[in-house]
Design a protein around this ligand. Structure first.
Ligand code: NAD
Ligand code: UDP
Length: 333
């Protein structure tokens, strides 16, 4: 039996494919390479280039493969872009989920592990955020993902398709050996941008907002290492295979770091000055996001290996130094 990974050429998906292969799973990948990289996909996985919204293409893949479960990473995920182009997000993310569930149902595939996000909670009423807290997104990206969670909920009731929604907090880092890592164009996430400044590719870091009600006025986020995150998907798949009901889990460290603290940690890890300036707030940013992540630890038996941000930044810096141009495939895409 095969695990089908949608979006497996992307940053998180490629690490999940790699871990699945390492653990002996048979893996197939679907990706349209809109933001992903063919070179990021472990060579032991079969690769199908195409779009999740293309049901004919997806039906062909499901006909060819004997699929025991699906892990769904394929989506757009840039918060500020979603504020400007909300329909792009509802089309690719939300409509993509409808297409995938149609095909899964048609082929009697009844398990899906899904990349959800802390952005589904919006501005939290309490910290740390629990899975049962209200989900009121402050941006179209979070809304598109919340809709996807709800669509899976109704598809469970109607068709018995069981799901695990994994609500990631801030994902960073790279595989320890530096062979795969984060390569987005343009880069929008804090850690890779800080490291671009450290590497001399950018003049300075702009820290978005210094007047938030936090310890130093900058946003506070909860960072989780990409390989720990990848492992949680495998545990979630096994949880569904064991016959458990649909569920949702936060994935974070339960520790918050401000943007200024992340900058200081990166200065320490890289030994570089990393010039930075304060800039206006970025639209759609909640002030503080910290996960209560004991549920994943208790129910899925998730045991993250990376428990401090310096280690996370160190692995990202290793990837950056060994791959200054990322996958270097921009012309061929
Ligand atoms: P990414 O852009 O690197 O990966 C997404 C992958 O999906 C890419 O390879 C892209 O080519 C593919 N894709 C997108 N739309 C597709 C479509 N219609 N058909 C086929 N393939 C398609 O992003 P990432 O950072 O790896 O994030 C993966 C998932 O995790 C996303 O769903 C995102 O919403 C979620 N997430 C990410 C973070 C984070 O910090 N990176 C945090 C929370 C949630
Ligand atoms: N951020 C920043 N400068 C940048 C990129 C990000 O100050 O160049 C901040 C951003 O406003 C947020 C935090 O870093 O407070 C994390 O942002 P990111 O986009 O990495 O993840 P998000 O929390 O939006 O999922």
């Amino acid at each position: 039996m095969t695990v089908l990974v949608l979006g497996g050429a992307g940053y998180i998906g490629s690490h999940a494919v790699d871990r699945l292969v390492e653990k002996g799973y048979d893996v197939a990948v679907v990706d349209n390479l809109v933001t992903g990289h063919r070179a990021a996909v472990n060579s032991k996985a079969r690769f199908y280039e195409g779009d999740v919204r293309d049901q004919k293409f997806l039906n062909d893949v499901f006909d060819k493969e004997d699929i025991e479960g699906v892990i769904h990473f394929a989506a757009f995920s840039v918060v500020p872009e979603s504020m400007e182009k909300p329909l792009k997000y509802f089309d690719n993310n939300t409509a993509g989920m409808v297409s995938l569930l149609e095909v899964m149902n048609k082929h009697n595939v009844k398990r899906i592990v899904f990349s959800s996000t802390a952005a589904t909670y919006g501005e939290p009423k309490q910290i740390p955020i629990k899975e049962t807290d209200p989900q009121i997104p402050t941006n179209p990206y979070g809304e598109s993902k919340l809709m996807m969670e709800k669509i899976m909920g109704w598809s469970d009731k109607a068709y018995g398709i069981k799901f695990v929604a994994l609500r990631y907090f801030n994902v960073a880092g790279a595989k320890e050996d530096g062979s795969i890592g984060e390569d987005h164009h343009p880069e929008t996430h804090l850690v890779p941008i800080i490291l671009q400044v450290a590497a001399g590719e950018r003049k300075e870091l702009s820290i978005f907002g210094s007047d938030y009600p936090t310890k130093d006025g900058t946003n506070v986020r909860d960072y989780v290492h990409v390989v720990d995150l990848a492992d949680a998907h495998i545990l979630a798949l096994e949880y569904l295979k064991a016959g458990h009901d649909s569920n949702a889990f936060n994935l974070g460290s339960s520790t918050g770091f401000s943007n200024k603290e992340m900058l200081e940690a990166a200065r320490k890890v890289t030994g570089k000055e990393i010039p930075a300036k304060m800039a206006p707030r970025r639209a759609g940013d909640p002030s503080t996001l910290i996960a209560a992540s004991d549920k994943a630890r208790e129910v899925l038996n998730w045991k993250p290996q990376f428990d401090n941000v310096e280690d996370i930044i160190r692995t990202a810096w290793n990837w950056k130094q060994t791959h200054p141009q990322g996958y270097n495939d921009r012309e061929t895409k």
